[in-house]
Design a protein around this ligand. Structure first.
Ligand SMILES: Nc1ncnc2c1ncn2[C@@H]1O[C@H](COP(=O)(O)OP(=O)(O)OP(=O)(O)O)[C@@H](O)[C@H]1O
Ligand SMILES: [Mg+2]
Length: 259
């Protein structure tokens, strides 16, 4: 039985799709079979992130509606033989059949070591079900108050679901800003959200088209997270514990509004 992990967030645009695609590559580089599944119906971009948009014939909706078998909809990645994509569908109005979706997930878990779901941002019905069908959840945050408050909200919705594992990925992390106390550290975020940080990804300046091909040498950050996920070990990249200052006042405001 493979591990199903939902990569999700409260706030949109924080890097879920980029991270799902890159983690898929990183985990498959470590020798595991991986399928990345786009459940962001209507706002689907995972095919673009993997540069596979021209190859998509069948998508997840076709599988759920019985127009094709799952194997027919799986696209093998051009560069990673252990990595497959199950793309999503365009109409935003598409309402997936939950029973079929659950059955599809079970089939994927039987076929692959890892099933990574690129979910929509919280918290509509498709978000809810994307999280529900997975055993584990990774919530992506950027070190900004709006993202943290939304993450706090989705974590409170995830908690009653009793997942096998819930962690945070801090994206667009800038160590130099943390040192200058202009940005929350990974440790601060962990404390504020009461959730373990699985890893941090820095701001990657070359990410202009948002495809994995641009990640290049920065793939090491995703490989670190992949190793942490596989081993179950916690390897947090923290560089600094901010002292009292303006930033701490902002944090106090944040903690008041989060409760
Ligand atoms: N670490 C990073 N450094 C620089 N740019 C990044 C980083 N992570 C993501 N981005 C950029 O941020 C934008 C949004 O990323 P992405 O589409 O992965 O977010 P998302 O959470 O999936 O968005 P949505 O909620 O709309 O699905 C993209 O242009 C992407 O290239
Ligand atoms: Mg996305």
């Amino acid at each position: 039985m493979g591990r199903s992990i939902c990569i999700t967030s409260g706030k949109g645009g924080v890097g879920k799709t980029t991270i799902t695609a890159a983690l898929g590559c990183a985990i498959s580089n470590l020798g595991y079979s991986v399928v990345v599944v786009d459940t962001d119906f209507g706002l689907n971009n995972l095919d673009l992130a993997l540069c596979a948009e021209m190859q998509v014939v069948y998508n997840l909706a076709d599988c759920l509606e019985g127009r094709c078998r799952i194997r027919q909809a799986l696209l093998q990645d051009a560069e990673h033989e252990n990595l497959y994509l199950l793309a999503s569908t365009q109409p935003y109005t598409y309402k997936p059949n939950k029973k079929a979706w659950k059955a599809c997930m079970q089939e994927l878990e039987d076929m692959f070591d890892f099933v990574l779901i690129d979910s929509p941002a919280g918290v509509d019905a498709n978000w809810q079900f994307s999280v529900e069908v997975c055993r584990e959840v990774l919530v992506v945050v950027v070190p900004q108050l709006a993202s943290l408050r939304d993450a706090d909200k989705v974590l409170s919705l995830i908690e009653p679901m009793q997942k096998e594992g819930v962690g945070l990925i801090v994206n667009r992390y800038r160590t130099e800003y943390v040192v200058q106390q202009k940005m929350l550290s990974a440790q601060d975020i962990e404390e504020a959200l009461h959730c373990e940080v699985v890893g941090c990804i820095p701001e990657i300046d070359v990410l202009t088209v948002a495809s994995v091909q641009e990640i290049g040498i920065h793939m090491q950050y995703f490989e670190n997270i992949a190793q942490t996920i596989i081993s179950g070990e916690k390897r947090v990249i923290t560089t600094h514990t901010p002292k009292l200052g303006v930033w701490n006042k902002i944090k106090k405001i944040w903690s008041r509004s989060a409760i």
